[in-house]
Design a protein around this ligand. Structure first.
Ligand code: T4K
Length: 368
């Protein structure tokens, strides 16, 4: 089988070529390609509506969105931020690059999000925030996290990179905590090629967030902050405008893929699937399977699939507290559940147009 026929862990959703061309046509009239132009404004408006939220700011990617939303709260240098190591590098890096100290909390083995019962024992007088991650599209225990945050007067900033469009009892995910960061990377349920956004409760943050993503420039002759450049350009925004028109359809197609995986892999001894969270409208972002005392180890399954030109991914292995840049200060033994899952989990291919016959082929390889 050629590389072209490989089944990869995901595949970007795209509008038709004609739809995208139509959307970008007027850029040839205006010659306005970036710096918060018309498409950028349009997408912000469309997303406010879709995400059922009151404040949103777009960014060129999710990582810089997270860096900026942490920066905007002006936490004291060296402040401690409780987070989990079972996530993409971005979450921890965004904390560290803000001169703050990550404190790793373990996860639970049911939905792989932060174990809220372990947060309180990690709080010190230096703790300023909690940055939990809605991993794979599963929601954290938002009620418990927020109860603790309120008690200790901490900010809660969710890494919601995986939860575009997820709702709990009709409430959009962006309404939990003080703020949430979404990734619109090519690999996500909704993409703007690269891109991201933050949503937040306090509308007075908008001006500073816009300034921070534009070099800290606050007026024609004033630069009040040491900002960076994290603006979403017009071609990215145009891709978002197009993709948003189809995202509900894409999520429905993903649902069919996930249901087929569940049909085939549920109730198999040694294979553990994520729980289905009650009251949660899922976006079917990832399909993790945990091989726990299964007849094959996770790495054997990974190899078997690879031999058949199917590329699953070990999201999230290694754990962040085992990364070269962090392991002299941390140990993954401090987060045993995260370590256990990271050693056994495999994300199986999942995207809207994945054929069910291919899902069956993947399951056959795993089960035989
Ligand atoms: N927080 C969390 C929890 C995150 O998961 C992420 C990103 C972030 C924060 C940061 O958000 P961003 O700054 O990225 O917006 C990928 C993505 O690059 C990354 O966005 C994502 N998480 C992470 C979980 O996955 P890789 O290293 O696995 O990407 P790559 O290039 O191996 O792509 C995976 C597969 O996706 C490919 O095999 C094929 C497919 N693909 C990839 C690209 C680049 C496409 O179909 N189209 C594409 O353009 O990190």
């Amino acid at each position: 089988m050629s590389k072209q026929n490989q089944i990869l862990v995901t595949r970007s959703s795209m509008p038709t070529f004609e739809e995208y061309c139509e959307e970008i046509r007027d850029l040839w009239d205006t010659h306005f390609l970036t710096n918060m132009g018309a498409k950028h404004k349009q997408l912000e408006k469309d997303l406010l509506n879709y995400l059922k939220t009151s404040n949103i700011t777009l960014f060129t990617n999710g990582h810089l969105a997270l860096e900026c939303i942490i920066a905007v709260f002006d936490f004291p240098k060296g402040g401690e931020v409780i987070t989990t190591p079972f996530t993409f590098a971005s979450t921890t890096h965004a904390i560290v690059r803000n001169d703050l100290k990550p404190v790793f909390c373990d996860i639970n083995s049911e939905d792989f999000t932060i174990d809220a019962s372990k947060i309180e024992s990690l709080i010190t007088e230096k703790t300023c925030a909690i940055v939990p991650v809605h991993v794979y599209g599963n929601l954290c225990n938002v009620e418990e996290v927020e109860k603790i945050a309120k008690k200790y007067n901490l900010k809660v900033i969710y890494d919601a990179a995986h939860t575009f469009g997820v709702e709990k009892n009709g409430i959009g995910v962006s309404n939990f905590g003080d703020a949430s960061m979404f990734s619109f990377h090519a690999t996500k349920v909704f993409n703007t090629i690269e891109g991201g956004a933050v949503t937040y409760n306090d509308s007075t943050l908008k001006k500073k967030l816009n300034d921070l993503k534009n070099f800290g420039i606050t007026g024609p002759e004033s630069v009040e902050y040491v900002g960076g450049n994290a603006k979403m350009n017009e071609f990215q925004a145009a891709m978002g405008i197009c993709n948003l028109r189809h995202v509900d359809e894409e999520i429905l197609k993903r649902k069919a893929v996930v249901e087929r995986y569940r049909e085939r892999l549920e109730n198999i001894e040694g294979i553990k699937l994520s729980i289905i969270q009650e009251g949660v409208k899922s976006n079917y972002a990832y399909f993790p399977a945990v091989f726990d005392n299964y007849k094959y180890m996770r790495d054997e399954i990974f190899e078997k699939l690879g031999a058949a030109n199917i590329v699953a991914r070990k999201y999230f292995y290694p754990l962040i507290n085992d990364f070269e840049c962090y392991r002299d200060k941390y140990s993954s033994n401090q987060t045993p559940v995260a370590k256990y899952i990271a050693d056994r989990v495999l994300c199986l291919p999942l995207y809207a147009d994945l054929e069910l016959e291919v899902v069956d082929r993947i399951c056959d390889i795993i089960l035989k």
